[in-house]
Design a protein around this ligand. Structure first.
Ligand code: KG4
Ligand code: ZN
Length: 357
């Protein structure tokens, strides 16, 4: 039986994490064997915390400082050299243009120097593919080798991607075949968490701090309306909820820490309920065989718990919900044959849509 051994170096720099991952893909005629050999993520969270959000110019400068050390470390942890790499994969969009360019231009330089093909990956497909990791590997992120799940990913797939920049429902009939069936009309879910956290002066990034604050909140103290509850369409909206929190804060005047926790709790409840209502509607309409929850907000345990009550789903291990190169490399394993391009055909695109191969 013929077997190709591919070693992919994947890079992700679309926002504020500089990440590199090495993935081994043994492709046989009928199946594939994938191993994540390393995953390095250099987070810029501390750098941006004082601004309460990502400061684009600082982000790209920091990527420039980190990109080569992160790649070197990923190779070292994987026990590989650059000469053993057979393919490069990189996020080409969507994202911050300055941040994307650092990853894309670095990969182009490597491709040119080493004569390697590049597989361009959309950031959102990276989020989806990160969910193909076995849950038992969550606690084993430190050892170099992460075994992948043999969990059969059965099509059609519906994926709810909830991140800081995006909120959308995607239908997949096959690998690389995407149809967007719903998306946010205004703010992204993670953006709403970040803005409400800033409003309540709880810190940054907003998702984890809101989640923690909400645990101390009293559920019946405040109640915010769930967006588009009566509508049957699959779009999302978070700006009304954010404004409702703002008005409540203004009305209250000075607020105690306990009131902040109560508000965080009510906000999270309404945000999660909105996501779940639309996910359920989509499942009823499209009847998928696999449901994937992904993106930074998929780390939210309230969302995971509530969704579990309604839909059988898979999601990435919590530490891999936020941006990382693992998903970029995993998405690339499905494009090894068709998707590889020459360096001069690769371009960063800040507003790249999720499109089919
Ligand atoms: O996917 P990601 O790393 O970046 C984008 O592609 O945007 O997502 C980051 C977003 C941030 O808005 C952050 O507040 C949110 O994910 N997030 C969470 C949680 N952890 C991260 N939101 C809710 N609950 C969490 N535990
Ligand atoms: Zn992301």
């Amino acid at each position: 039986m013929s077997m190709h051994n591919n070693i992919i170096l994947a890079i992700e720099t679309s926002c504020d994490e500089t990440s590199a991952s090495i993935i081994e893909a043994k492709l046989k005629v009928k199946n594939e064997k994938l191993k994540i050999l390393s995953n390095i993520v250099a987070s810029q969270v501390k750098l941006h915390a004082k601004y309460g959000g990502v400061y684009p110019e600082l982000a790209s400068r920091e990527h420039l400082v980190k990109i080569l050390p992160v790649i070197e470390l990923a190779l070292k942890k994987a026990g590989k050299t650059l000469d053993e790499i057979t393919h490069l994969a990189v996020t080409t969009g969507p994202g911050l243009i300055g941040s994307l360019l650092v990853g894309v231009e670095t990969v182009k330089a490597l491709a040119m120097a080493k004569g390697l093909p590049i597989i361009p990956i959309n950031h959102l497909e990276g989020h989806i593919y990160t969910a193909c990791i076995k849950q038992s590997s969550i606690s084993k992120l430190r050892p170099p080798i992460i075994q992948l799940s043999n969990h059969p990913i059965i099509f059609p797939i519906l994926s709810l991607i909830v991140s800081g920049g995006h909120t959308l429902l995607v239908k997949m009939m096959d690998h690389g075949k995407y149809q967007i069936i719903g998306e946010t009309r205004d703010d992204a879910a993670g953006e709403a968490f970040d803005k409400v956290a800033r409003l309540l002066e709880l810190g940054y990034p907003g998702g984890p701090v809101i989640e923690k604050a909400a645990q101390k909140g009293r559920p019946s103290k405040f109640s915010f309306p769930v967006a588009m509850e009566k509508s049957q369409d699959l779009d999302f909206s978070f700006s009304g909820l954010k404004t409702a929190v703002l008005y409540e804060v203004k009305k209250l005047g000075k607020i105690t820490p306990q009131t902040k926790y109560d508000l965080a709790c009510a906000f999270q409840k309404a945000a999660v309920e909105h996501l779940i209502q639309k996910a359920v509607l989509a499942v009823q309409k499209y009847r998928p065989k696999t449901f994937i929850l992904s993106g930074g907000v998929a780390a939210n345990s309230c969302l995971r718990q509530e969704l579990k009550e309604k839909i059988d789903f898979i999601a990435p291990p919590i530490p891999l919900c936020t941006d990382n190169a693992v998903g970029i490399g995993l998405a690339a394993t499905h494009k090894l044959k068709k998707g590889a391009k020459n360096w001069y055909d690769i371009e960063a695109d800040a507003s790249q849509r999720l499109a089919s191969d």
